[in-house]
Design a protein. Structure first.
Length: 75
């Protein structure tokens, strides 16, 4: 261990002592240009995707309603 009085002995799992200096703050983020990024465009919902999703959800709801009506006597 070092004899430096500013350091405290802390186990580091064999990776050596951590530096005492604090890291410099990261550079400020660039202003948003308003245009969607490549990542945003890859996850965007198109009208076609929304229509397909709505159709799937509607069919599942109809299946559940039909199953519930068959279980209920007198309906």
């Amino acid at each position: 261990m070092s004899q430096d009085p500013d350091r405290i002995a802390v186990p580091t799992n064999g990776r050596g002592p951590h530096p005492l200096v604090t890291p410099e703050p990261a550079a400020p983020l660039e202003a948003d240009s308003g245009a969607p990024s490549e990542e945003e465009m890859s996850t965007a919902f198109t009208p076609k995707n929304l229509a397909i999703g709505f159709g799937i959800v509607a069919s599942l709801v109809l299946l559940l309603v039909g199953a519930a009506r068959r279980r209920r006597p007198g309906a």
